[in-house]
Design a protein around this ligand. Structure first.
Ligand SMILES: *Cc1c(COP(=O)(O)O)cnc(C)c1O
Length: 463
């Protein structure tokens, strides 16, 4: 759901009513620290730098498009979450937002745990040395092979998502002579997006076991009877890009209600509750996300209060931020290829990537901002749409933005806050090669995921 004041925008070059767009930022050369990684700034020549390196140098060395990841910022944000929640809680980074071996090592060093939701993500985590007991395995349709691999590796928890999976995991664990620690993922009938939440949402989705009709209670009843499982808690994940904490309040109330029912029926107090991820970030200057310490304080207070009301010991809390850690730490660096003014409408700016490196605009109508980064300009602002090079008119990276009117082919522009769900959702559409992820820190850059090559493409095509 878009939080924008204007209606879910037209995807093509429609004529738009007067005043449809926000006025351009006063200074197009300014870089709002809310949407850019921490070490981003401009040097004396007006060139944007990150981690002490000019983007012009990065473009020359690594080519464009490229995802540029600020390692210091990533570590800062990871540490801020860790510190905010403290020793009595766990922070699991949601690997699906962006996962690479470098990121796994940073997380390990900063004391975070890791969520994976496929065999591929599990393999990446293990190959980078993340201790298995700090990995949680998610997914609504884990294959028996994936489950076996996770159990053998000794993952700290598997989050069970269906009645069939309860039996499947129990059986596999038992056949391996193990007792697997599990959480049960429930849907509490809360749906949260950005600024609004629905407390009475239908549980009409593929994830989790509905609290309604006693299904979640029945799942716990069955799981508690199986020797292959050690039930350690209940899991709830309510949405994405959330700014409003009230959805968590309702979710926690309902999860704690279930914990109380479990205590009353079985005489056990489950020791953990996981409130999932979904915390929002600033994609544009209009977004005002909360700081990790505010989120930690709010969630801890909510759970503590609910447990006191239910006369339960407060369980260990865990959270699973993905976007909120990696999202703001990277930007996508593009070179402008063509600039096509359409009289009375807008100017189409084509870049050397597009929906293959950022599908979120096409998929979710997501909003992004953009800036000219290879120089400054005092030219008049022009209304632009930043589009890619794909054979698809919905191939839009930034729907509505302002860039300087003297923008020209060869200029470098960058789209901030592309750290989450861009490289991880990237495709080879039109056989376009997926961009590299280049991490920068203290004046040094290194490739953490290299650019795809034509050989990579042709290697899969066995003729
Ligand atoms: C997607 C997901 C997350 C992470 O969501 P973000 O919006 O990136 O914070 C966490 N937990 C679960 C179960 C998820 O499905």
């Amino acid at each position: 759901m878009s939080r924008s004041a204007h209606p879910a925008g037209p995807r093509h070059a429609d004529v738009l009513p007067e005043g449809h767009y926000a006025a351009p930022a006063a200074d197009l050369n300014a870089l709002d620290p809310k949407v850019w990684a921490h070490t981003v700034g401009r040097d004396a020549d007006g060139v944007v730098t990150v981690g002490g390196i000019a983007v012009t140098q990065l473009a020359e060395e690594y080519g464009t498009p490229a995802y540029i990841l600020d390692e210091a910022d990533f570590r800062d944000r990871a540490r801020a979450w860790r510190t905010a929640f403290g020793a009595d809680a766990d922070v699991f980074y949601a690997g699906k937002a962006f996962l690479s071996r470098a990121v796994v090592r940073w997380l390990d060093e900063e004391g975070l745990n890791l969520d994976v939701c496929s065999g591929g993500e599990l393999a990446t985590a293990l190959s980078a040395g993340m201790p298995a007991e700090r990995i949680a395995f998610h997914g609504n349709n884990k294959s028996p092979q994936e489950i076996e691999r996770a159990v053998r590796a000794g993952v700290g928890r598997i989050v069970l998502d269906s009645f069939q999976e309860i039996v499947r995991v129990a059986h596999i664990a038992q056949s391996l002579g193990k007792r697997q620690r599990v959480q049960i993922r429930i849907t509490v009938g809360v749906e949260a997006h950005t600024h609004e939440f629905i407390a009475t949402a239908h549980e009409d989705q593929k994830f989790g076991i509905p609290l309604a009709d006693g299904q979640a209670a029945e799942a716990v009843r069955r799981a508690l009877q199986l020797d292959g499982l050690e039930v350690i808690g209940i899991h709830s994940h309510i949405g994405s890009q959330i700014f409003d904490m009230s959805g968590f309040e309702v979710a926690a109330h309902r999860v704690v209600g279930l914990l109380k029912d479990i205590r009353d029926e079985h005489g056990v107090e489950l020791p953990e509750i996981d409130l999932g991820g979904g915390l929002g970030i600033a994609y544009t200057s209009d977004d005002d996300p909360r700081e990790p310490h505010e989120i930690a304080k709010a969630l801890t207070e909510i759970v503590t209060r609910e447990c006191e009301g239910a006369r339960l010991r407060t369980p260990r809390i865990s959270v699973e931020p993905g976007r909120a850690i990696v999202g703001p730490t990277a930007f996508t660096l593009y070179e402008v290829g063509t600039v096509k003014p359409l009289d009375g409408l807008r100017t189409y700016v084509s870049v050397d990537g597009g929906m293959s490196d950022n599908i979120r605009t096409a998929l979710y109508d997501a909003e992004y901002s953009v800036a000219l980064v290879s120089r400054t300009s005092d030219a008049e602002p022009m209304l632009v749409r930043v589009v890619g090079k794909h054979c698809e008119s919905g191939d839009i990276v930034v729907k509505d933005a302002f860039l300087p009117g003297d923008l020209a082919p060869g200029d470098l522009i960058a789209v901030p806050a592309t750290g989450a769900y861009c490289r991880s959702m990237a495709s080879n559409y039109n056989h376009v090669l997926r961009p590299p992820v280049v991490s920068v820190r203290d004046g040094a850059a290194r490739v953490v995921v290299r650019r795809e090559t034509e050989e990579d493409l042709l290697r899969l095509d066995v003729g």
